[in-house]
Design a protein around this ligand. Structure first.
Ligand SMILES: NC(=O)c1ccc[n+]([C@@H]2O[C@H](COP(=O)([O-])OP(=O)(O)OC[C@H]3O[C@@H](n4cnc5c(N)ncnc54)[C@H](O)[C@@H]3O)[C@@H](O)[C@H]2O)c1
Length: 350
């Protein structure tokens, strides 16, 4: 139901009508405070036809349409910054899919434009909107695990062959680090702290494309914690955000596998189950571990992200993930690529 402050649902256009653009259209269709008003894609009109909204081949025309209040940018990664710059130029708030850019230099250009042009950009690191993330962050910052010492994360699954029929999924600007691991490392920044160094090994041995299908990284955090992460889009495995959170019904749920393990001096957390392991009384490895589960609600972080974006576009909230914030995550991935190419440990920040 509309309120006097918000007389009509936010009128949103989508730029890029592929897999993610189609999902965003579904989230908008379910949201009473938003309505889809147009779709821009130079290569397909299918989504505009099925949703019965105007179709644009050039997103500049969508941005200039009088009934567009905001846009969701879900085109290929290399198009993100030029498209977001056009949205700022047009004075249209944007939810920009991750990664914010394909290089730190490009992200800096967008950051400057946001500041110079009062741009309103929310970057689509949707996982940050998941209730289990807020709960884990609360437990960690309240000191329930003690000092965080070691973290481990996995994102291991098998993408379908037709995913790679889109040529941009096979070439520079894509790859499992920039498309998938970027989410995990963004969450680790959010939960544990800023990453100071990274060392990576990447492999394209299974799919044989220009970009990596598998990567392993070792990171250190500014608070002294260290972590390891492994990601692959070409294995059959149950470990990863998509299998363990029920965040997206497209991916079958695996209730018994954690995607992150976060270990501290006083206890550990299995995520997303929020199983908290600790010692009652004496604390050493000969003493049995106790476990309790932290209560939290279900996921659907895309819907929560959309609701947050509606508030941001209306000027009622600051973006939870800004361009600068997402650029800091991107810098980690960029450093990982450099490390994988040179074999060196890369200092991400002083
Ligand atoms: N948040 C997430 O978890 C998540 C998940 C998947 C994809 N993504 C991101 O969403 C974006 C899209 O990914 P996808 O998997 O949907 O890709 P996709 O290839 O399925 O879709 C991209 C669409 O953009 C269109 N396009 C190309 N150039 C364009 C332009 N100049 N203007 C408008 N449209 C253009 C293509 O025709 C295509 O329909 C990527 O940035 C990706 O990283 C995010």
């Amino acid at each position: 139901m509309s309120t006097p402050m918000n007389p009509h649902p936010l009128r949103i256009g989508i730029i890029g009508a592929g897999v993610m653009g189609t999902k965003h259209a579904e989230f908008i269709a379910r949201e009473q405070n938003a309505t889809l008003v147009g779709i821009a894609d130079p290569f397909t009109t299918t989504l505009a036809e099925t949703t019965e909204v105007p179709s644009y081949t050039d997103y500049h025309d969508l941005l200039a349409a009088p009934d567009v209040d905001a846009v969701i940018i879900a085109n290929p990664n290399v198009e993100h910054v030029p498209t977001a710059l056009a949205a700022i130029e047009a004075g249209i708030p944007a939810l920009l899919e991750k990664p914010v850019a394909v290089s730190a230099d490009e992200a800096s250009v967008l950051s400057l434009a946001v500041k110079a042009g009062d741009g309103v950009i929310l970057v689509g690191h949707h996982r940050r909107h998941h209730p289990a993330v807020a709960a884990a962050r609360g437990m960690i910052s309240a000191g329930e695990l003690g000092r965080i010492v070691a973290v481990n994360g996995m994102w291991l699954t098998k993408k379908s062959a037709d995913y790679f029929e889109q040529s941009w999924h096979r070439t520079a600007g894509a790859g499992v680090m920039l498309i998938n691991l970027v989410h995990d490392l963004d969450l680790m920044r959010h939960l544990v702290g800023e990453v100071t160094t990274i060392q990576a090994i990447a492999s394209n041995a299974i799919r044989g494309y220009e970009v990596e299908d598998t990567a392993a990284v070792i990171v250190s955090f500014d608070n002294g914690a260290i972590g390891t992460f492994i990601a692959s889009d070409s294995v059959v495995a149950p470990w990863g955000w998509d299998q363990s959170t029920q965040d997206d019904p497209q991916f079958p749920f695996n209730p018994d596998t954690a995607c992150y393990s976060i270990a501290g001096t006083d206890g550990s957390l299995a995520f997303p189950q929020l199983g908290h392991y600790y010692h009652d009384g004496e604390s050493n490895w000969t003493h049995p571990l106790s476990r309790r589960f932290h209560a939290t609600t279900g996921g659907d972080s895309y819907t929560r992200q959309l609701r947050h974006f509606i508030d941001v576009a209306r000027g009622q909230s600051e973006p939870m993930v800004t361009v600068d914030d997402a650029a800091a995550t991107l810098k980690i991935i960029e450093s990982a690529h450099r490390s994988a190419a040179t074999g060196e440990l890369i200092r991400v920040q002083p």
